[in-house]
Ligand binder design. Sequence first.
Ligand code: SIN
Ligand code: MN
Length: 257
Amino acid sequence: MPTTTAADPTLSADQLAAFRRDGVVVLPHRFRADEVAVMHDALDELLAEDVPQNIREKSSGVVRTAMGLHLRHEVFARLVHDPRLLAPAHQVLGPGPLYAQQVKVNVKEAFTGEQWQWHYDFATHHHEDDVPEPLALNLHVFLDEVTEFNGPLMFVRGSHRDGPVATSLDTVTTSYPLWTVGPEVVGPLAERGGLISPKGPAGTMLMFGDTIVHASPPNLSPWPRRIFSLIVNPVGNRQRSDRRADHFHHRDLTPLG
Ligand code: SIN
Ligand code: MN
């Protein structure tokens, strides 16, 4: 069975099958420690900036999410073209052009990082940006070790196969409006498929799609949980509304790669 190597960033048949079955695939040791260290340095610079792209936690005011990163630092400008991120996306979506829809780090700071409610990404992409189809892929890179303590993501295994489920708009709980999935929907889906909570060392990559239901608890631990996230979308499936600021959904459709 072929495995993924630095030289060959494509997913193995098993990894692709896991993605299709579960809705998320976990790729440990995708980025080296020295590469992650460079990203930390770049991120430290960006988090010190007082700009609208740094979205803050409601209660503590610390940065929750730093957005538009490929336009703000050359380290992230390079990262969005990395074949280790893009090759798996093209395996799923085909060879057509992909653009960077959103480029961010969710910081989940030690002690103060707040929750992400149950949701799936397409609800926001569709309702806010008028994206036609749930084709976008979310490519994560852990910038810290993710453990049971520091607010790991939880995915409802297989929930992507039900298509977009019912949502409602929450403008109160989180630091920007989020289309969330209620307990009456999450409960039965989780009873059926169970939850997956990927953990692993810094440098681990995740790929998941636009309709898998996911959430994450607050970070009460003394360790941050920084995760880089690149959302890619086929150019042919681009947004039809520009009402949100560019850093929420970039308007530059130049193909990545
Ligand atoms: C998280 O960073 O915990 C949530 C990220 C997401 O919903 O994509
Ligand atoms: Mn999400």
